[in-house]
Design a binder for this molecule. Structure first.
Ligand code: GLA
Length: 397
């Protein structure tokens, strides 16, 4: 992809009464889990759930934040530097702080968020809020930012202000995705490529997301712990072999340092190394339009997440196993951060309706929980959705 850059000038100056609305989708990750904070590869796509950020200038120099879903919302003075509040407004405020620290001059505004992204489901509602907010704030300015810069800025908002140690995958795909395509991203270089979802026999398939409706409370702390364990292994590999990060590591190298790292670090690294290899193979499977090969990689990814990264749970394992036994299912796996949330399934299109009802029925029977299923086509990212505010036909990029 060429470097994406354009001047973010509004086509007409907003008046006090006119609100600018920016949309950002959610995402589902098809393959490449927990590889995005150690220089690895990911293969997500944007999905048509949206956060809408409506922004309008105000006259008193302050910044106000409101949400249709949650009551209350702060109004901040321009010099406010208060810490995160542990609530939804942390995400747009984190974005505001990042823009301010880059020297972007932001006029005073009212920002109002609404949307339909399922919360705590592993579909990136938080990155969707960050990106929608960033696009809306930028639409009020004359700053020039690239896709990469917007994604990095939103990730920093989450790492530095919200305090969550996530990687770059969610923010990047939510900005940069192209409809009808998955996005293959090298998280070290941010080089990315759109891979068509409907090539060859993949044309006959459908992505079915199944929301387990559970999120185990360990999720937040465990994510950071898994990350630290993988970094323990990475540090030893880097010093022993002079590699840049786990994105370069091989299983042979990992075996060679096995006695010098903890069992947990060994397993986390083994997951990441094999997962990067699966993403490479997935690119070939997509280019060959081969759902059988792709589904096999999804199954391998789930096993590796369950046994090596140890980020699955009983409900998710049940959904993956039940899915595998249903007609038309090529592959199923846990998607997102883990410990609950969603599975992503590659299913023959003609079987998709029967698949979703059989899967939810067996889950209901086993756990007495009503799962939600979403049949999704790959959507455009925020860059293309909001092209009208940014002076160029972003869709042409
Ligand atoms: C969460 C994080 C991402 C990524 C995934 C796991 O969604 O926000 O950065 O690490 O978990 O692949």
């Amino acid at each position: 992809m060429p470097a994406d850059s354009f001047a973010m000038t509004t086509p007409s100056e907003p008046t006090r009464s006119s609100a600018i609305e920016c949309l950002a989708p959610a995402r589902v990750n098809l393959l490449g889990e927990h590889t995005d904070y150690s220089g690895g590869l990911v293969l997500p796509m944007a999905i048509p759930f949206f956060t809408r950020a409506a922004i309008r200038p105000r006259m008193d120099g302050r910044y106000s934040f409101a949400s249709e879903q949650f009551p209350g919302g702060p109004t901040l003075d321009p010099e406010d530097r208060s810490a995160a509040r542990g609530e939804w407004s942390d995400y747009p405020i984190g974005v505001l702080r990042q823009l301010q620290s880059r020297g972007v001059e932001l006029p005073s505004f009212d920002l109002r968020l609404s949307g339909n992204v399922p919360l705590a489901a592993g579909l990136s509602s938080s990155a969707s809020v960050e990106v929608a907010s960033a696009m809306a704030m930028l639409a009020l300015t004359r700053a020039t930012l690239t896709i990469e810069e917007i994604a990095v800025l939103c990730r920093r908002a989450e790492n530095e202000y919200v305090g969550s140690p996530c990687g770059i995958m969610d923010q990047f795909v939510i900005v940069a995705a192209r409809s009808g395509h998955a996005l293959l991203l090298d998280t070290r270089t941010l080089v990315h490529e759109d891979l068509p979802m409907k090539k060859g026999e993949l044309e006959e398939t459908q992505i079915v997301i199944c929301n387990s409706m559970v999120k185990h409370s360990v999720a937040t702390g465990e994510y950071g712990m898994r990350r630290r364990e993988s970094e323990e292994g990475q540090a030893v590999l880097v010093s022993r072999f002079g590699i840049r990060d786990l994105g370069d590591a091989t299983l042979e190298q990992l075996e060679a340092v096995r006695s010098r790292i903890s069992e947990a670090a060994f397993r986390r690294c083994r997951h990441i190394i094999t997962e990067n290899a699966r993403v490479r193979e997935a690119k070939d499977a997509m280019n060959a339009g081969d759902p059988v090969a792709f589904g096999k990689l999804m199954r391998g990814s789930h096993t590796s997440q369950r046994d090596d990264f140890q980020c699955s749970c009983e409900e998710i394992d049940f959904l993956v196993e039940a899915a595998a036994a249903l007609p038309g299912c090529f592959g199923a796996r846990l998607t997102g951060g883990g410990f609950g949330g969603c599975t992503v399934n590659l299913v023959r299109r003609d079987d998709a309706e029967a698949f979703r009802s059989a899967l939810t029925a067996s889950y209901q029977q086993r756990f007495h929980i009503t799962a939600e299923t979403y049949l999704c086509e790959a959507a455009d990212g925020a860059w293309r959705h909001n092209a009208e505010w940014f002076g160029t036909a972003a869709g042409a990029q």
